[in-house]
Each structure stands twice: as C-alpha cells, then as structure tokens.
Ligand binder design. Structure first.
Ligand SMILES: Cc1cc2nc3c(=O)[nH]c(=O)nc-3n(C[C@H](O)[C@H](O)[C@H](O)COP(=O)(O)OP(=O)(O)OC[C@H]3O[C@@H](n4cnc5c(N)ncnc54)[C@H](O)[C@@H]3O)c2cc1C
Length: 425
C-alpha cells in the first residue's frame, strides 16, 4: 500500500478530483501527465474506493469489493499488476461445483443442461439487444428450462447486483466481454492502490458543496474550502442521487434523473475462514446450486478457496442482499453457512473459524456496489458522464459504456474526463 500521508498538497490547484477510487486515480494521473496541478479529495480514510483489499480479518488478503481482473486483454490493471509483480491467477475456465435442489451433486447430464441453457439465455438476451430492445431480461428469456433459476441468479444478483427483471437487455448487449478473467493473489484492491502512489490526496475530506456560479469552482469540505478551475466528480450514482453533495447552481435536472435511472445494485460478499479443510470443493471453483426460478432470487453462491487461501466467499446480490444488509452481519453469515451446509454437510460448521459480510449498502461513501441501468433507460450513462458548464466533469464506473461496473471502466472514464479537461484549461 502506498503511504496515504501525502505532502506538498497544492493550495489552489487547476483541478480538484473528488474521490480517490479507480476513476479519481485515473483522472489525477492523466491530469498530472498533462501538466495540470491537481488535488484529490477523498472522504474515506483510505484510497481505492470500492477496490479494497484488507488482510486484518483473516491475516491474508481479502478483496472486499472488486476481485476479478475482467476482460483482461483490454484491462489496464492486468498490465499494471504484471508490471508491479502481483501474481495473477487465471479464472477464465474455472470449474463449477454444481448441486441439485436437494443438495446432492449434479451429474454429467446436469452439467450439460446447465451449460446449454446458460448459452440459450445469453442468446435470447443478445437477440433482443441486437434489435435495440431495451427491456427487462426476464421478458425475453426462456424460464422453463432446467437450471434457469441458478443461471439467472448468477447473471442478475451476483453479476449485475440486481434481480434478473432489472437488467436492461440493450445495456447488456452494449457491454464488452468480461473474459478472460484473473484473480490477484495479493488482492485487486492492492493493485488499484498502487495508482495512488505519489499523488496529492487528502483523505478524510468529504466534499459537501460545489459552487460553480463563478468562473471556476469553489469546493467546500469538512476540512475547509478549495478553489480550482474545474473539478472531476467520481462519486457513485448512489451518493450523487442522495443530493447530500450540494451544487450552486443546481445540477441540471437531466443529470439527477440520470443518476436515478442508474441506481446502485448490491453485491454482498461473505468471506468465511476455515481451518484448511476443503469440504470437497476445488480451489477457485464456482459453487452453484439449483434454486426455484423465482424473482427475487434467494441464493448465496460461493467461490471456493480463491487463490488457494483458506477462506471461501459467498455472494448474495439484489433484493436479498439489501434485505440482509439491514440486519446484523451475523444474520448474513448464518444464512451463508446454512446454504453451504445443505451442499457439503454439517462438517462445514466443525471446520469454520469465522466470517463476516461486506457492507457496501450502508457505507455512506458508496451506498451500494455498482450501478445498473434501469430497463428502458439506455443512454443515461452518456447523460451522466457529460460535462456541465465546462467546469464540472464526471467519471466513474457507471459512466463507462464498454466496461461498466468494473474497475477498468472506472479508470478509463477518469482518464477520458482528464483528456477533456486538458482541452479546455
Ligand atoms: C462487492 C463488489 C464486487 C465487485 N467486483 C468487481 C470485480 O470483480 N471486478 C471489477 O472490475 N469490479 C468489481 N466491482 C466494481 C468496482 O469495484 C467498481 O466499479 C470501481 O471500483 C468503482 O470505481 P469508481 O472510482 O467509479 O468509484 P469508487 O471506487 O466508489 O470511488 C469514489 C470515491 O469517492 C469517495 N467519495 C464519496 N463521496 C465523497 C465525498 N462527498 N467527498 C469526497 N469523496 C467522496 C468514495 O469514498 C470513493 O473512494 C465490485 C464492487 C463491489 C462493491
């Protein structure tokens, strides 16, 4: 981790970047390269935002947010990780431990049906997207085929962070492939944090008000006011939609509307540490079980022993994730354990050491995991990303059309905003 206590902060920089997540770090680096003076203001006490690796809980790296280097051939973090000596572990063709509704192991025919029907589902979505149909995924896909509940659960709650009927077919079609994909043994959050090295970043500094009524911008924070020529806003759509960050004059109504039409989805991770027992699950395997084809989904799917660590992590998304996030963390861990026991038996309890759930739902600096376009609203990513008055620039995962919801898309969107700024100041 870079030292977050940065010296020599400029007092009146050309650009203030709000947020030291992937987008903010990408923007700041590109602006400095373009000869601009920059100050990054970050509300949290750490850099990285939703890319965060911590080792305190289990003594080994746990990615609380982003963990896959997705679409690795076009992902800047794949190159950065390799160059900085991180260990990438291929996850593109990872195996699945598949279980039936009654907890028994799936047979060869089940695996075939699962793969075939997953393809059929994606094909129906692609067909709709290709025709420009911007409708809920549930409207165009077959739902009476075997394993459909499980397939929809992976794509909806676990992948998009929303239930299957809240995915836009057109937005899905416009996204680029997330394969090949890799884990990082030391954690993807650690890779993102390297982008902060040497940057002028002020932590524990929450922006409360942006006054852009004059020729530049005046940024009010809990640590004082800073003047700059322009600013880059990289907060999540969840934060933007609350209106807690005030603007004078107000942001155009279309901007606020766009944030509401790109609401935050939720993925709750449930890291669970075991004593070294593998419970019959293969390292880096997906662990998936049959569920009724009902929306909202009631499932917790696992990644077993990522990178060979002695923990697995459960994934719970969409409405169930939001509901559980209103309860104590132990309730989520108990739910995950119950689901696991159904698959591998009560031995799981004997070998279990401790677990917890991530809390992106209640983190006031994010208010969810990542944004998902509401069906019928494709186009909002562009509206949200458009600059206002040549003084307010926007970046973040929600604004990248190619790799939305990913650290790579966030980073690229930050660089894109910086390039626009370099043209106007
Ligand atoms: C559980 C989970 C799993 C994920 N899995 C993956 C994955 O496997 N692969 C992948 O590529 N992506 C994944 N993602 C998504 C990825 O983490 C995000 O898309 C990306 O990190 C977002 O970056 P960002 O810069 O747009 O936003 P953020 O990282 O949220 O950065 C915005 C920053 O602004 C700060 N901020 C907020 N309000 C204020 C304020 N008022 N003043 C100052 N600062 C403020 C925040 O603290 C934050 O640091 C996952 C995310 C989650 C939560």
């Amino acid at each position: 981790m870079p030292d977050p206590t940065f010296a020599n902060l400029p007092t009146n920089p050309d650009v203030v970047v709000i947020g030291a997540g992937s987008a903010g770090l990408g923007a700041a680096r590109r602006l400095l390269k373009g000869g601009k003076s920059v100050m990054v203001l970050e509300a949290a006490n750490r850099v990285g935002g939703r890319a965060w690796t911590q080792s305190e809980s289990f003594g080994v790296p746990v990615d609380m947010g982003a963990s896959w280097v997705s679409g690795a051939n076009k992902n800047p973090y794949a190159k950065i990780a390799r160059k900085s000596g991180f260990k990438l572990i291929e996850h593109t063709h990872a195996q699945t431990d598949l279980f039936r509704m009654d907890g028994s192991r799936a047979n060869a025919q089940d695996y075939k049906d699962y793969a075939k029907n997953a393809k059929a589902l994606q094909k129906s979505m692609n067909r709709a997207g290709k025709k420009g149909r911007d409708v809920p995924a549930s409207e165009v896909t077959p739902n009476d085929l075997p394993w459909m509940g499980a397939i929809q659960s992976w794509l909806g709650p676990m992948d998009y962070g929303v239930d299957f009927d809240e995915i836009s077919t057109l937005d899905d079609w416009q996204g680029k492939s997330d394969q090949p994909s890799y884990f990082v043994r030391e954690g993807l959050g650690s890779v993102v944090a390297t982008r902060a090295e040497g940057l002028p970043i002020k932590l524990n500094t929450t922006v409360t008000h942006i006054d852009w009524s004059g020729t530049g911008v005046r940024i009010e924070t809990n640590n004082g006011t800073i003047a700059a020529k322009v600013c880059v806003i990289t907060v999540s759509t969840g934060v933007l939609a609350t209106g807690k960050m005030r603007f004078t004059p107000d942001l155009p109504a279309s901007k606020i509307e766009a944030a509401h039409n790109l609401p935050m989805g939720l993925l709750v991770k449930v890291p669970m540490m075991f004593d070294g027992a593998r419970l019959g699950l293969g390292e880096n395997n997906w662990v998936t079980y049959q569920v009724p084809n009902e929306i909202p989904t009631k499932a917790c799917y696992f990644i077993a022993w990522p990178c060979g660590h002695d923990y697995l992590f459960g994934n719970i998304g969409g409405k169930l994730g939001w509901d559980l996030s209103r309860e104590h963390s132990d309730v989520t861990v108990d739910f995950a354990m119950e689901e696991l026991v159904k698959l591998v038996g009560s031995d799981a309890r004997k070998h279990f050491i401790k677990g917890f759930r991530t809390d992106w739902a209640n983190d006031e600096n994010t208010l969810g995991a990542y944004a998902a376009v509401k069906p019928g609203h494709v186009g909002v990513r562009k509206t949200l990303g458009a600059p206002v008055g040549d003084r307010l620039f926007f970046a973040g995962e929600a604004m990248d059309g190619g790799y939305p919801a990913l650290v790579s898309g966030a980073y690229t969107s930050g660089k894109r905003a910086a390039r626009k700024i370099c043209k106007v100041i």
